[in-house]
Design a binder for this molecule. Structure first.
Ligand code: HXC
Ligand code: NAP
Length: 291
C-alpha cells in the first residue's frame, strides 16, 4: 500500500474545482487533496449541515478556501445557482468532479418505479445537469476546463442487484467519451475514474451491509486482498483534473486492485488450489496426454 500524496505542492494553484457530493466519502477526500494542492473548492450536496461542517473542517485542515452550497443535482436551476455562486466567490471554475451518487442493493423486481428513478436521476441526470450548465458557460467564455466523472467498473459490464446504478453509470461513461470528442475543440477535457471498493459510510452501509458479511466477503474478489485507500483515489483524481493530464482525454481509469479483471479471468479461481496439490494435478494432467 502506498499512501503518499503524489503531485507537487501548488499543482492546482489558481484552479477552482466544483465537487458534487463533496461533503462526504470520496468527494470529501478528493476535495481535501485538491485544497492541499492549492485549489479553491466548491462542495455541494442536499444536506447543508453536512457540507458546512465539512467545509469548516477542510479549511482548518488545509488552510484552503471552501465554498459550500446546497444543491440537488437533479434540479437544473439549483445547479445553475451553485455555478453562479462559485463564479461570484472565486471569479472562475476550472474543473468539475461529478461525484454525487445514490445507490443501494436490491433485486430489481423489488424496486418501485420511483426507486429506479431516484438513482438514475441523481447519477445520470445529476451528472449531465452539472456538465451542461458548466459546459455552456465555459464555451461562452472560451475557457479551458476539465471534467472528471466518477463511474464504476460495472458501467461496462452491468451488475445485478444495483441495476439502476449500472444503467446510470453506463450513461455517464457514454457522456464522458462523447464529450471528450465533441468538446475538445473548446479545450474541455472529459475523463473518468472507475473505482473498485473504497470504504465509505455512504457506499458500504448500502452495498455491503453487516448482515451480509456472513455470506459475502467483498475482499475475496480483489486479488490484492485489500480495499482502496482514499489517498490513492485522490492522487489519480488530482492528476486527471490537473494540467499534467492535458493530453489525457476520453480516458477511464480503473482503480480496483485488479478486481474486475480477476473476476473475468476464466481460471483465476484456481488461486484456491493449495500449492502442494499442484504436484498431484500436474501428474494427472500429464498422464492424460499419454492415454
Ligand atoms: C428498495 C428502496 C430502498 C431499498 C429506498 N428505496 N431504499 N427500495 N430497497 N433499500 C426506495 C424508497 O422506498 C422510495 O420509493 C425511493 O427509493 C426513494 O427513497 P427515499 O428514501 O424517499 O429517497 P431519499 O431520501 O432521497 O434517498 C435517496 C437514496 C439514499 C438514493 C435512496 O440511499 C441516498 O440518499 N443515497 C445517497 C448516498 C449514496 O447512495 N451513496 C452510495 C454511493 S455508492 P417509494 O416508491 O417507496 O416511494 C456507489 C458505488 C457503487 O454508487 C460501487 C461500489 C463498488
Ligand atoms: P457517499 O459518501 O454516499 O457520496 C455520495 C454523495 O452524493 C453524498 O455526499 C451525497 O450527499 C451526494 N448526493 C446524493 N444525492 C445527491 C443529490 N441529489 N444532489 C447532490 N448531491 C447528492 O459515497 P461515496 O462512496 O463517497 O461515493 C462517491 C462516488 O464514488 C459516487 O459517484 C459513487 O458511485 C462512486 N463510487 C464509490 C465506490 C466506493 O466503493 N465507495 C466505488 C465505486 C464508485 P447528500 O446526501 O447530502 O446529498
Amino acid at each position: 500500500m502506498y499512501n503518499e500524496p503524489m503531485l507537487r505542492d501548488g499543482a492546482l494553484k489558481n484552479k477552482t474545482i466544483l465537487v458534487t457530493g463533496g461533503g462526504t466519502g470520496l468527494g470529501r477526500s478528493m476535495s481535501k487533496y485538491f485544497l492541499e494542492l492549492g485549489a479553491n473548492v466548491i462542495i455541494s450536496s442536499r444536506k447543508l449541515n453536512v457540507i458546512e461542517a465539512t467545509a469548516k473542517e477542510l479549511e482548518q485542515e488545509t488552510g484552503g478556501k471552501v465554498l459550500a452550497v446546497v444543491c440537488d443535482v437533479r434540479k437544473y436551476e439549483e445547479v445553475e445557482a451553485v455555478i453562479a455562486k462559485g463564479y461570484e466567490t472565486f471569479g472562475s471554475i476550472d474543473g468539475l468532479v461529478n461525484n454525487a451518487a445514490g445507490n443501494f442493493i436490491s433485486p430489481t423486481e423489488r424496486l418501485s418505479n420511483k426507486a429506479f428513478d431516484i438513482i438514475v436521476d441523481i447519477v445520470l441526470k445529476g451528472t449531465y445537469n452539472c456538465t451542461l450548465a458548466l459546459g455552456k458557460k465555459w464555451i461562452a467564455d472560451k475557457q479551458k476546463a476539465s471534467i472528471l466523472n466518477i463511474v464504476t467498473t460495472y458501467s461496462w459490464t452491468g451488475s445485478g442487484y444495483v441495476v439502476p446504478s449500472a444503467c446510470a453509470k453506463a450513461g455517464v461513461l457514454a457522456l464522458t467519451k462523447s464529450l471528450a470528442s465533441e468538446w475538445s475543440k473548446y479545450g474541455i477535457r472529459s475523463n473518468a475514474i472507475a473505482p473498485g471498493p473504497f470504504p465509505t459510510q455512504g457506499a458500504f452501509s448500502r452495498l455491503f451491509p453487516e448482515n451480509l458479511a456472513k455470506i459475502i466477503d467483498p475482499l475475496e474478489r480483489i486479488p490484492l486482498k485489500r480495499y482502496g485507500e482514499h489517498q490513492e483515489l485522490a492522487n489519480l483524481a488530482a492528476y486527471l483534473i490537473s494540467d499534467y493530464a492535458s493530453f489525457v482525454n476520453g480516458e477511464v481509469v480503473t482503480i480496483d486492485g485488479g478486481e474486475w479483471i480477476y473476476g473475468a479471468g476464466e481460471f483465476n479461481a484456481f488461486d484456491k488450489v493449495p500449492a502442494p496439490m499442484w504436484d498431484e494435478i500436474e501428474k494427472f494432467v500429464r498422464g492424460k496426454k499419454q492415454e
